[in-house]
Design a protein around this ligand. Structure first.
Ligand code: AMP
Length: 573
């Protein structure tokens, strides 16, 4: 693990992709068959393979307590170290080094020993037993190695390794064609296994296997209809963008499993979908979305939230929030009855959809009382048709559109241009910044995370509505950092309460009622559209204006137009 950690440091310090690939390829080639899959998985910043259902269950706080205990320092020492770097791994290394933690090099754990400790942490029950195993591991680990053990455990490696780069390094290490590595990578979905197949010259044996979830294909954002048509046109496929839970459905006879976007098995949470699939005549893998659905219409995402993360919903919850599976893609299909499942990933969407249509699932624009539907699909030839489809999708209470290139293949785990999502920020609200924190990653030295508030006119007080991390340029963040440092009212750990005078315009996707913030609302995907130095805190949005906006957004497109008209994006307002 020490050698792996040194490699990670070298990779982090290298900016050129070609150099990173070469360093990594040399390293991978030097590993034993036992080490190769483990080292590769750790390089993706995970203790277990992505499709592995296990997780260690050790949180930040348990890791921090274990390290503080080992170094015989208080938790605050670790907190201070963390504030300096915003990186738990670095903080752990700093604290251990300062405590003179220097175990003998011959006790340093090997990669298989670290993997065995991670597995033991997963199976141990209770935080105390888990922490004891981590402590034993860290006792033998020098500060640099401990830094990386903690980074992998915490899933926060940040050494600039894109998946494409790891694949390129695997191809180069074992002298295999990159295309063959990528192709097999799509099918096995486990980079450790992929490396082993490449080494053994067995890439061709990779196949689609049921109950091994594949990574999900992702979409790129696009707001402008003209731009979308120009990119994907002349004719594009348009589906409603459903606001639910992305879900891959695997079915072989009566064995059915559902996987979430992070490849976890969520079957027990949605028993009605599993039961309904058992009776269907086909086998295969579908991609789609679980939606809360009643009487032929989709319920807001907030309804579905009561079912999120629940392992076994009660009958009361099942009847309060009925769900449906809306399929929009087929990754592999077979006729059932034990006949083989044909992989469809590499086939164009046009063909995949034709196969999906043959399953005869009802279309998701009505109600047949079933648990299954197919996405609603139309074809658009120009920007006007796309805009019209957008409004229709909103009228069906969906988030917006997914625009797809009918010629595109299914590229697992990729955010390509084959799928574009069109959501549009329909309105923005003006808020005042009330608190700031140092950011993460390259923003760790600056105050880039803002907590903001609107005004409650009844009391005149400011009430929080959310927090946003992104949107401003580095130069703006640097300038604002200086301002906030000079205008801090009080510090609570990382959080600084600041003078409430900076107005920001916040864009978001959806407003929901929520008791999480003092305003009674929260925003989904809030982002800072821009600073509004032209506005004072007296001009920010109020609970009333946000309530009106919220109500407008609950009812179809004509209200949205009203909401859009009050948007401060409009220079005339
Ligand atoms: P976003 O989560 O905003 O990045 O948008 C991408 C997500 O939209 C996907 O991960 C799916 O969960 C979801 N989605 C909803 N409807 C569709 C659809 N018709 N096709 C593909 N993805 C969809």
């Amino acid at each position: 693990m020490r050698r792996w950690s040194e490699l990670a440091e070298r990779l982090a310090a290298t900016t050129r992709t070609s150099e990173k690939t070469a360093i990594l390829a040399d390293y991978l080639r030097s590993l034993s068959p036992e080490e190769l899959p483990l080292a590769t998985i750790f390089l993706t910043g995970r203790p277990f393979a992505e499709a592995d259902q296990r997780s260690t269950g050790l949180g930040w706080s348990a890791i921090a307590s274990t390290v503080a205990d080992l170094a015989s320092v208080g938790r605050s020492a670790l907190g201070e170290a963390y504030d300096r770097s915003s990186d738990l791994g670095i903080a752990v290394a700093d604290v251990l080094a300062a405590a003179g933690h220097a175990p003998a090099a011959d006790r340093s754990p090997t990669l298989p020993e670290v993997a065995a400790a991670f597995a033991a942490i997963e199976t141990a029950s209770g935080p105390a037993r888990k922490a004891a195993i981590l402590r034993e591991l860290l006792e033998r680990t020098d500060p640099l190695t401990a830094k990386h053990v903690v980074k992998v455990l915490g899933g926060d490696l940040r050494i600039g390794l894109r998946e494409g780069l790891v694949e390129a390094a695997i191809a180069r290490a074992f002298d295999r064609p990159l295309e063959a590595v990528k192709q097999a990578g799509m099918l096995v979905g486990d980079v450790g296994e992929l490396a082993a197949l490449a080494r053994d010259d067995a890439l061709a044996s990779a196949s689609l296997s049921l109950f091994h979830p594949l990574k999900f294909m992702l979409a790129s954002p696009a707001e402008d209809a003209d731009e979308i048509v120009a990119r994907l046109g002349p004719e594009v496929w348009v589906e409603d963008k459903y606001d639910g839970i992305r879900c891959q459905l695997h079915k072989l006879g009566t064995d059915v499993r559902l996987y979430s976007r992070d490849l976890h098995d969520i079957s027990t949470g949605y028993p009605e979908i599993v039961e309904a699939s058992r009776g269907l005549h086909w086998d295969g893998i579908l991609d789609g979305e679980i939606l809360a659905w009643r009487d032929g219409t989709v319920l807001p995402f907030i309804a579905l939230q009561t079912r999120l993360g629940r392992k076994a919903p009660t009958d009361a919850i099942r009847s309060a929030v009925p769900v449906i599976y809306v399929a929009f893609d087929a990754l592999g299909l077979g006729p059932g009855g034990g006949a083989p499942v044909t992989p469809l990933l590499g086939r164009p969407l046009r063909e995949r959809r034709a196969r999906l249509d043959e399953l005869d699932l009802p279309l998701a624009d009505g109600d047949d009382g079933g648990r299954f539907a197919r996405s609603y699909l139309t074809v658009a030839g120009d920007a006007d048709a796309l805009e019209a489809a957008f409004l229709e999708a909103r009228a069906r209470r969906n988030e917006g559109l997914m625009v797809k290139d009918p010629a595109s293949i299914y590229a697992p785990g990729r955010r390509g241009l084959g799928w574009l999502k069109m959501k549009k920020a329909l309105a923005t609200i003006d808020c005042v910044v009330v608190g700031v924190e140092v950011g993460h990653g390259k923003r760790h030295g600056v105050l880039s995370d803002y907590t903001f508030a609107i005004r409650d006119t009844a009391t005149g007080r400011l009430v929080n509505i959310g927090k946003a991390y992104s949107g401003l340029t580095d130069a703006e963040i640097a300038e604002m950092t200086r301002w906030f440092e000079a205008h801090t009212i009080a510090s609570f750990g990382r959080y600084r309460q600041v003078e409430p005078t900076v107005v920001v315009e916040i864009a978001f996707d959806v407003i929901v009622r929520s008791s999480r913030h003092g305003s009674g609302f929260s925003l989904r995907f809030p982002r800072i559209a821009r600073l509004r130095p032209d506005k004072t805190a007296d001009e920010i949005d109020t609970v009333e204006t946000v309530t009106a906006l919220y109500e407008g957004l609950q009812h179809g497109p004509e209200h949205l137009v009203t909401a859009g008209a009050r948007s401060s994006m409009d220079p005339s307002t």
